[in-house]
Design a protein around this ligand. Structure first.
Ligand SMILES: Nc1ncnc2c1ncn2[C@@H]1O[C@H](COP(=O)(O)OP(=O)(O)O)[C@@H](O)[C@H]1O
Ligand SMILES: Nc1ccn([C@@H]2O[C@H](COP(=O)(O)OP(=O)(O)O)[C@@H](O)[C@H]2O)c(=O)n1
Length: 307
């Protein structure tokens, strides 16, 4: 009898906990080194859970594009001008769960990755911010404390706009609560931006796996550009600068070194982060295990124990 009452009490308090958690919005922070799979994973997790998504790296990339377009090559001397430009600019991240595509090197996978478009002052710069000149300068731009403060405001505003809210919907078993939340990926999301995030993931993979995946991704984009441009396809126009796997590995290593060793918000594993090395994992395994970790913490049923 005592045992039954204790069980009932525990169930009631679990239900209360679940209700409280559902009433609160849920934040998932995904950090890690370059090309470890943060953004593709974050988008697929957001799609799976019905959450919003923010790619914080794209804001630093937009800041870098502003520096390049305004001839601010030396960030240490031009920081004041750059901060002024950032403060006057608008950045928008359009997460499009309804428009999905297979990630380039995941041809055999069943999961798709939702598209994201990045608008800087209403101009679509999604492709331009991924160019080699931006890759080369972005870590330098992101190391400046003043630039980070300017970006922080944009990040928080975008996150609260993107966050989906918990709702109640009528289901076949009565009214069901659907939790809301946001997934944000970057370098300092779990340590600085959302230190109280309900779930923190540190995603990693070997340096070689990351370089090959990024090379593969760039190769696929080039193939698509060739198919779309008859002059490129016919060889009448020179293709864009195309780095080797070794070039990419070097660029990733330099950027990681700068991100880990900078003074402001360096890349660190948050104390309470779950570390996932996906070198030998499939994309589905990493997405489903993160989504189920989130479901556990929201007090919801897991969906992918079969993996
Ligand atoms: N487990 C995995 N196996 C193979 N490729 C993966 C895996 N996870 C991610 N990728 C691929 O690695 C590349 C880099 O991922 P991305 O999400 O852009 O990384 P990041 O945001 O950390 O830079 C993408 O092409 C993505 O599809
Ligand atoms: N939260 C963040 C996100 C990105 N960044 C900086 O922005 C750069 C580009 O981030 P990204 O996430 O787009 O890079 P990839 O891992 O996709 O190559 C990083 O190398 C960091 O220098 C940061 O400092 N803090």
């Amino acid at each position: 009898m005592l045992c039954l009452r204790a069980t009932l009490c525990r169930r009631a308090s679990q239900r209360l906990l679940v209700r409280r958690r559902l009433a609160r919005d849920f934040t998932i922070a995904i950090d890690g080194p370059a090309a470890s799979g943060k953004s593709s994973t974050a988008r697929a997790v957001a799609l799976e859970l019905g959450f919003g998504y923010i790619d914080s790296g794209s804001i630093y990339r937009c800041a870098t594009l502003l520096a390049l377009r305004n001839n601010i090559a030396d960030v240490s001397t031009g920081a004041t001008d750059l901060i002024d430009l950032i403060n006057k600019s608008s950045v928008d991240i359009k997460f499009q769960p309804s428009s999905t595509r297979s990630a380039p090197n995941l041809i055999t996978g069943r999961l798709s990755v939702p598209d994201v478009r990045i608008l800087l002052n209403e101009e679509d710069v999604s492709e331009e911010i991924r160019k080699p000149e931006v890759n080369r300068l972005v870590a330098k731009v992101a190391s400046d404390g003043g630039v980070r403060t300017a970006v922080l405001g944009i990040q928080r505003a975008l996150a609260s706009a993107a966050e989906t809210r918990s709702t109640s919907v009528a289901g076949k078993d009565g009214v069901v609560s659907v939790p809301g939340g946001v997934v944000m990926d970057g370098r300092d999301i779990g340590t600085t931006i959302f230190p109280n995030a309900e779930l923190k993931i540190y995603l990693d993979a070997s340096a070689m796996a990351r370089a090959i995946r990024r090379w593969d991704e760039m190769n696929s984009s080039l193939k698509q550009a060739r198919a779309a441009d008859p002059a490129l396809a016919a060889g009448d126009k020179a293709p864009a600068e195309y780095p080797s796997v070794e070039d990419i590995a070097r660029e990733l290593e330099e950027r990681d070194y700068a991100d880990i060793n900078r003074e402001h918000s360096p890349l660190r594993i948050a104390k309470d982060a779950v570390v996932i090395d996906n070198t030998a994992m499939t994309f589905e395994q990493q997405v489903y295990s993160i989504a189920d970790l989130a479901r556990d913490r929201m007090g919801l049923e897991r969906k992918h124990d079969d993996l």
